[in-house]
Structures are given as C-alpha cells and as structure tokens.
Design a protein around this ligand. Structure first.
Ligand code: C2E
Ligand code: MG
Ligand code: MG
Ligand code: MG
Length: 279
C-alpha cells in the first residue's frame, strides 16, 4: 500500500508537473488562437526570402515563409506553431492561406520586375488530403498567375508513410504544372536512389551541411560527390542557410547552382522585398 501511494505521488507529480502544465496550457491557448488567427486579416503574414543563381547572380526565386503576428506576443516563429498546426490539423488551412497570399502578391512582384518562381512549403499532412491538387488549383484560379509560377517544397518526412501514394501525388502536381523541390535534403532518409523515382526539379541541401562545408575538407569532398550525382540526375541544387562569403565560395566551387540565406537576405515582408528587388 505504501508503494502504491508512492507510485501515486509519482504519477501526480508527472501529471501536474508545473513545467509541463505550462507548456500544455500554452499549446491549448495557442491552438485556439491560431484557429482564430486564420479567420482574421493580417494575423498571419507571408514573408519572402530571395534565392540567388550563382551562375549569373540574379535573384531567380523566393520562398514564402509564414509568420504569426500575435496581438500580445508579437511575431511567433513557424518553428513553434507549424508543429502545433500539424498535430491539430490546422496545417491544411495554413497551406491554403499561404498559397492564396502568394497568388495575391505575385502579380505585384511581377510588376516590380521579379522573374522566377515562389516556393511554398507543403506539409506531410497535405499529402493525405483527399483533394490536394484540386484544392491548390481552385485557390489560385481567381488570380493572375499559373501553376508554373509556383514551386512546392516537400521534406523527405512526407515520403515515409506511403511512398507509392506520394509518387502518385507528386506526378499529379507535376502534371498540373507545379515545380517541385525536396526541402532539408540530407536530414531525413537521404537516399539518393529514391530521388530517381521522384519527379522533382530542385534539391535543397539543408543548412546543417552548409555549416559543415566551410569547416572540413572531407565534408567538401562528400558534398561535391553528392552534388555531382544530383546534377547527373538533372536536378537543380540549392543550398539553404548560406550566411557568409566563405560558404558561398565553397558552394560555387563544388557546383551548387543556387543559394538562399542571410548572406543574401533574411525573409522580408512584401514592402521590404520590393525595395530589396529594386536595388
Ligand atoms: P524551411 O522551409 O527549411 O525554411 C528555411 C528556414 O531557415 C526559414 O526559417 C528561414 O528563415 C531560415 N533561414 C534562411 N536562411 C537562413 C540563414 O542564413 N541562417 C539561419 N540561421 N536561418 C536561415 P523560418 O521562416 O523560421 O521557418 C522555419 C520552418 O518552418 C521552415 O523551414 C518550414 O519547414 C516551416 N515553415 C515556414 N513557413 C511555412 C509554411 O507556410 N508552411 C509550412 N508547412 N511550413 C512552413
Ligand atoms: Mg522550405
Ligand atoms: Mg529547408
Ligand atoms: Mg526546415
């Protein structure tokens, strides 16, 4: 009985751990507010980070990255609320929101001379939606853009559940005209062989590798080999999170096609991006 009471106390302590209690309360609180934010104007905002072509130094792409402009807490990063949205199913509404906002902003960007595609992050959860392709097409239909203006970024994590279904969906997206890229490449299952089965255009090398590149000659050899293979398979190779000149130099030397990162620019609100593009 004594042991039982002890276990009981332990269970209570675990269940009512104030630290966890706090986290849980915050999540319940954020979940309700995120639901609300989706219905409000300007609570969720889409910022854009430029991508640069290393061959001609042109800005030839943008990545749409969501921000939550919270009344009391200020900007909440997607690192905090995207996982929450994925657990609660709100992520599909967020995807739709970002696609719609991008479709609105792109004609403005075109007027300011932007050439290239805007990429949008697609979650693993979007892959189990019944009508992903039809939903995306319906959202952009009223706007003056087409599917060829949009690239969808997918992480390797999306492929683990049902690989054949994923190939089917990627082919359908491709046939509808969207460009496709693999995001955070190297952090997941990282098999080059599975890439041959996917109709993707671009491989985005995760920033953790970019950090390694500048530090070790061995890493340079390995990533050069990886890039060579990607190029042999006709993928465009982009490196993420490039934040200094040394990294850019190394990447150019080993054959990387494009870069994205703070060296070029942080993600920018539309107004600031227009100013950046006109420079
Ligand atoms: P990601 O798609 O891999 O996006 C790149 C992240 O790296 C962005 O963070 C970007 O701001 C950051 N970054 C870019 N360059 C640098 C750099 O030079 N140094 C450093 N330290 N960081 C850099 P962000 O905007 O906080 O987004 C984080 C992640 O949240 C994204 O990773 C993506 O997985 C997810 N996310 C963002 N927006 C959306 C969205 O609209 N939908 C979905 N499903 N996920 C999103
Ligand atoms: Mg991305
Ligand atoms: Mg990434
Ligand atoms: Mg990421």
């Amino acid at each position: 009985a004594l042991n039982h009471a002890k276990d009981d106390a332990l269970v209570k302590e675990k269940l009512f751990n104030p630290q966890q209690g706090h986290t849980l309360t915050r999540q319940v609180f954020l979940e309700a507010q995120l639901n609300q934010a989706l219905t409000e104007e300007d609570a969720l905002v889409v910022w854009y980070q430029p991508k640069q072509d290393l061959h001609n130094l042109q800005i030839n792409g943008l990545e749409a990255l969501i921000r939550w402009n919270h009344e009391e807490e200020g900007l909440i990063s997607p690192g905090e609320f995207i996982p929450l949205a994925e657990r609660t199913g709100l992520i599909c509404s967020i995807t739709d929101y970002v696609v719609r906002q991008t479709a609105r902003d792109l004609p403005v960007l075109r007027q300011h001379g932007f050439k290239g595609k805007v990429s949008i992050n697609i979650s693993a959860n979007d892959f189990v939606r019944p009508n992903l392709v039809e939903s995306l097409l319906a959202i952009i239909e009223p706007y003056d853009i087409d599917t060829g203006d949009i690239e969808l970024e997918i992480t390797e994590g999306a492929f683990i559940s049902d690989f054949n279904h994923c190939i089917f969906l990627l082919n359908a997206l491709k046939e509808a005209g969207f460009a496709l890229s693999i995001d955070d490449f190297g952090t997941g299952y990282s098999s080059l062989s599975y890439l041959t089965k996917l109709p993707v255009d671009t491989i985005k090398i995760d920033m953790s590798f970019v950090r390694e590149l500048a530090r070790s000659e061995q890493a340079r050899q390995i990533y050069k080999g990886m890039i060579d293979i990607c190029k042999a398979m006709h993928f465009d190779v982009l490196a993420e999170g490039v934040d200094d000149d040394v990294q850019r130099e190394v990447l150019a030397t080993i054959g990387c096609d494009r870069i994205q990162g703070y060296l070029l620019s942080k993600p920018l609100a539309l107004e600031k991006l227009l100013a950046f593009l006109s420079k």
